[in-house]
Design a protein. Structure first.
Length: 338
């Protein structure tokens, strides 16, 4: 298969299965957001269909490879959250049973132009209960020549029965030094920027690569950090206004809202690292002065307790808790500075 940087352990397994023609009917690709799950799924589909494999790797240039990468292949389908007609983007909260029924109809048809039909679920944890049950029935008696690829960064939200029908492939976070080197050598990124992106990526190469050309990632992150620093030291009314804003965002675009909460986690973990004297490992190194100042107003116990509150909030939101209530509780739990 074509090289997916940093995931050689998975490539070796899949290469062996492809060579022996012992492909599983369903795979669960697990890893952090922007770590490369979709890239791996696309390369897997290309490898099966490529017309000119080069030492087991897809050529990326033939009709099959290009149509798969452009989402135009008749036998490769990506299933994700659908936008509701007339509603803002991403207002759906789950992958619906209607979508799964369409998929089930398709997989029982003979592949049109390749040996296999390949169905990729982007965000499989978003399957509704009804949709997950319908998919489970299909996985228990899978049609011939069909491969399901379930992608998830929160596998614990998938039913155990569904997970048990899939072969799990765990994508690993990539060390900071490797990401920095990759950005410098493969994308000619300046060393200082490569170091910054490697730290901020949290081991997710896809995020780092995307941020090279997408300034919005760093702009959003700067705005998030500014709000975190200010809100953490603000009066309760301001905190509640902020909670209401994040809750409203969560109802419209839960991915963006969750990214803000992940940024909160990163900031408070850095505070803990500053507090215990391990500053070399912090993520937000460009805000070291603000972190040091903030850390002086808190105890180590304060920081640990609030990190637990952040984890609980994210978990509650994953389980469809009331977003405003969850955020208001989080704001109440911000420790009062000494």
């Amino acid at each position: 298969m074509s090289a997916i940087y940093g995931q050689d352990h998975i490539l070796r397994e899949l290469d062996s299965e492809l060579t022996k023609n012992r492909l599983s009917h369903a795979y669960l690709l697990v890893g952090a957001t922007h770590i490369g799950k979709m890239s791996l799924a696309i390369h897997f589909a290309q490898t099966i269909n490529c017309l000119h494999l080069d030492d087991g790797a897809p050529c990326q240039n033939c009709n099959q490879c290009t149509r798969i990468s452009n989402a135009q292949h008749s036998d490769v389908r990506i299933v994700e959250l659908e936008q509701m007609e007339g509603a803002p983007e991403r207002t759906r909260r789950d992958i619906s049973i209607r979508q799964i029924r369409r998929v089930i109809e398709e997989v029982h048809l003979t592949p049109y132009e390749s040996s296999h039909k390949i169905i990729i679920f982007d965000g499989a944890e978003l399957l509704s209960d009804e949709a997950a049950n319908a998919l489970l029935l299909t996985l228990e008696e899978p049609p011939k020549n069909v491969i399901f690829l379930l992608l998830s960064d929160r596998e614990h939200l998938l039913p155990t029965t569904l997970r048990s029908r899939c072969r799990k492939l765990q994508l690993h976070l990539i060390p900071k030094l490797e990401i920095s080197k990759y950005l410098r050598e493969k994308h000619e990124v300046e060393p200082v920027l490569a170091e910054q992106l490697a730290r901020l990526s949290g081991g997710r190469l896809g995020w780092a690569i995307n941020s090279i050309t997408n300034d919005q990632n760093l702009t959003d992150r700067a705005n998030y950090i500014k709000n975190i620093y200010e809100i953490s030291q603000s009066a309760l009314k301001i905190r509640f206004d902020y909670a209401s804003m994040i809750a409203q965002m969560f109802r419209q675009d839960r991915i963006s809202a969750k990214n803000i909460l992940f940024c909160w986690q990163g900031w408070w973990r850095d505070l803990l690292l500053v507090k215990v004297g391990t500053e070399d490992y912090i993520t937000n190194l460009d805000y070291i002065n603000e972190l040091k100042l903030h850390a002086t107003t808190l105890t180590q116990a304060d920081i640990i307790k609030f990190l637990k509150s952040l984890d609980d909030t994210i978990s509650n939101l994953d389980h469809n808790a009331n977003a405003r209530l969850a955020m208001e509780v989080l704001m109440l739990n911000i420790p009062v500075s000494d």
